[in-house]
Design a protein around this ligand. Structure first.
Ligand code: HEM
Length: 420
């Protein structure tokens, strides 16, 4: 008999405090893979898409399932706010195609390779400090610091601003977390400038600070170009077409969030997985040729973004279930990545498996993550540094998780170095 799925909740941020609700997703995949999930009024409810194949098919069909119509989060946004908040990830082709053409040459594997040495130096510097301390917080002392430092140097922001930008990026996703949410004064400052939370990305006033910061930086580079990403973005063109000022600022804001929170969460969950499965780290130490598959498995296991949303543009069907024009459709990458139809024995962490079909960077299609190579490079670089130094860690207390239904984020992970 099919279980009663009507009480099942995969949206509340509280559900994720205890970790990914894998059993709920398994039940949905098995019994109702296109599941109507209610929401508290006035939100309308949504279709929860939990099978790998459906996430892929919908991601690749932007005509039917739009990212622009109502944006990509659960939240319902009014038109005025959409116009103020829209970045490339919330556009559909052909607008999206134009933006993507301008920026994608800056994120190719070859370009990313240019940043590898720098990432390596940052990883070793952080591990030097960690080794000297002996006991430390893997999240706060390593994962939170590495991607933002790689990012500021690639981007061209002053290194001294790294911590400020990391804090703003945190405050973007953490509005539901009492420890990390922006302070009340930040909301007041935004209101004084005419911005209500719903006008801002993630409803967070930190977005306004990021806009201001990137606007100033773009202006400085226009005046005095340098050899950095921000200058390349200011100058980027495709057949004579440039980014407008507001496209540029929205894109930089997207990059600061997308480039940091996600990568940092994969570094954090990845190390936790390796601590909990020490035989996998030993295996990798013995056989470095497993590095590529290890990175894919770490990504699958970590799934730093749980889901993104689409909106149906026409009456349609998924797996025989009727979806009406205007319906909200939520693609659960975190379920697809544990779909037993694609990943046998999905709750086994196994660096030898072929996890390359993971949906961490989206299900393919036009919005497939622009920073996928950069993220992979950083995971590989940090892991290589840990292996080269023959470091082994154990946790010295419980890990804590961010209260969010969007990012699979560890807040703290106390560890100490142990003998290999
Ligand atoms: C493990 C780390 C990362 C994860 C899990 C991740 C995840 C994602 C996902 C799920 C999407 C949306 C796919 C879709 O809607 O179909 C996306 C898009 C995007 N990501 Fe990432 N990302 C990561 C790292 C990065 C980095 C390092 C950068 C850049 C510095 C970046 C920049 C972007 C941008 C600009 C988009 C929008 C692309 C578009 O709309 O065409 N991401 N990412």
């Amino acid at each position: 008999m099919a279980p009663d799925l009507t009480q099942l909740d995969v949206k509340s941020p509280d559900v994720y405090l205890a970790g990914v609700p894998h059993e709920s997703f398994r039940l949905l995949r098995e019994h109702d893979p296109v599941h109507w999930h209610p929401e508290a009024a006035p939100d309308p409810g949504f279709w929860a898409i939990t099978k790998h194949a459906d996430v892929v098919a919908i991601s690749r069909d932007p005509k039917t399932f739009s990212s622009a119509e109502r944006f990509i989060y659960y939240e319902e946004i009014d038109r005025e706010s959409m116009d103020m908040r829209r970045s490339m990830i919330e556009t559909d082709p052909p607008d999206h195609t134009r933006l993507r053409r301008i920026v994608s040459p800056l994120f190719t594997p070859r370009t990313v390779d240019e940043y590898r040495d720098h990432a390596q130096r940052i990883a070793h510097r952080l591990l030097d400090q960690a080794e000297a301390a002996g006991s430390f917080d893997w999240v706060g002392d390593v994962c939170e610091l590495m991607p933002i430092r790689v990012f500021v140097s690639v981007f061209g922001a002053p290194e001294a601003d790294a911590d400020y930008l990391a804090r703003l990026a945190n405050q973007l996703v953490a509005i539901d977390d009492p420890d990390l949410a922006p302070p009340p004064e930040a909301y007041e400052r935004a209101r004084a400038r005419g911005f209500e939370p719903h006008h801002l990305p993630f409803r967070s006033p930190a977005a306004l600070d990021l806009f201001d910061y990137t606007r100033d930086l773009c202006a400085t580079r226009r005046e005095a170009p340098q050899d950095d990403l921000i200058t390349r973005l200011v100058q980027a063109e495709w057949e004579g077409d440039h980014l407008t000022d507001s496209e540029l600022v929205n894109f930089c804001q997207l990059l600061i969030f997308a480039g940091n929170e996600t990568t940092r969460n994969s570094l954090a969950s990845g190390m936790l997985a390796l601590i909990e499965h020490p035989e996998q780290l030993d295996l990798l130490q013995r056989d470095r040729s497993l590095m590529k598959s290890a990175v894919e498995e770490i990504l699958r296991w970590a799934t730093p973004i749980y889901c993104f949303r689409r909106t149906a543009m026409i009456d349609t069907e998924v797996r025989g279930t009727r979806i009406a024009k205007g319906d909200k459709v939520v693609l659960y990458y975190v379920s697809g990545n544990f779909d037993e139809a694609v990943f046998p024995d999905p709750l086994r962490f196994d660096i030898t498996r072929d996890a390359s079909a993971q949906l961490v960077f989206g299900g393919g299609g036009p919005h497939y993550c622009l920073g996928a190579f950069l993220a992979r490079m950083q995971i590989e670089t940090l892991l290589t540094a840990v292996l080269d130094r023959e470091l082994r860690f154990e946790t010295t207390g419980p890990t804590t998780r961010m209260r969010t239904n969007f990012a699979n984020a560890l807040k703290t992970m106390p560890v100490r170095i142990v003998a290999p």
